[in-house]
Ligand binder design. Sequence first.
Ligand code: MTE
Length: 426
Amino acid sequence: MTGDIESEASYDRRRLHQWRAGLARAEGVGRRDMLRLLAAAGVVSAVPVALPAPAARAAEHAGPTGEGIVKPLPPELFTVHGTNAETRFEALAGTGFTTPISHFFVRNHTTTPRIDAAAWELRVRGDGLTGGARRFGLADLKRLPPVTRTAFVECAGNARNYFKTQQDRPASGTPWGTGAIGTARWRGARLSDVLRLAGLSPRAVDVMPRGLDDEYVTSDGTNYGRVRRPLPVSKALDDVLLAYEMNGVPLPPDHGFPVRLLVPSWVGIASIKWLGDIEVSTTPLYSPWNTDSYRLFGDAYPPGGSAPLTRQTLKSAFELPWNARLSAHTRHRLTGRAWSGAGAVTRVEVSTDGGTSWRPARLRDPGRPGSWTRWSIPWTPREPGPAALLSRATDSTGRTQPETTVHNTQGYLFDAVLRHAVTVEA
Ligand code: MTE
């Protein structure tokens, strides 16, 4: 059920029914927000639909200059947005399949905490365990069968800024270009192994991983508490890792040291960093990160938003600076990457004439779900002047990037074909 939007929506409706019956918990989520969700899901019809949809107040808050990020953020590799750092997509050219840690984007709600691995423990607790709470040290996790998996982590708001620049309708939140994504080789223990060792009850329905970073306080002063977002048990038991290594080294501080969750193919918020505890529950759980944010809100959606976001969408991008200057009558090798949360990338086409004609790009990696594919194509421009380069990916579900993305107020899951502006010089 995990990847299927339809069943995710009915799962959501079932949870909401349970909340109304007093059988689900929603700590840190306002009653009005829950009523709005109920109304939107058609669970109750008597609730006035005028309850405001949450606007900008959720996740993305901006401080001045990459504050709280430990690693260096040289301007040739990163664009800094408040507490976040976006990878310059052009800086990925020539970096190989996995993203070096030095280049990997950082998305922090607050600041990177410094955690002592020797004293660190993961606490697994809740009424979804058959015994009491259990604690696991780093050495305990490393004794479990290790799993290595190459996967991207991508922010749900990646490419959000194109709602404004390409569709003339801005969305709230960090104005990411395409660089809120990175692919790494993650190594760790299976979450399913840990849950089973902890005594997972057959009645458990949700797990709620929570980070050890500071509580998140929005610009209007609302304290959302520690970053946390529930996962259905079905996904938790499927392919989720408790990762302690990234690209062959211990997780760096900014990426979740000593242990983070890796939830393959899902929106980045699911992959909780600096994991401190996991609640296992027999009742559905809510947090601000699956109610106020990380759903789709807007004209095209119910007042309470869509079901909580799960899988990432489909995208492709050129490894070129915006407004790159390319000389005419020279053969250029255009390179890029394409990825999908729904399956493997099977085709990438490129247009150098603004979308009139398309040529297939050469795929340089076998498409694998949850990971990206590098591609390349030669281009010899003739006419000097401004030009738009377009790339269009298709994935193994048969889906191709559309021309536009239906607007949502928080700017998630932008998947439209990008018109990459360049200048051809005589
Ligand atoms: N986990 C905690 N504890 N705190 C956070 O701020 N940000 C989330 C997720 N996990 C976050 C977190 C978001 S929105 C994203 S996109 C990814 O981490 C980013 O992972 P990265 O910084 O390693 O690239």
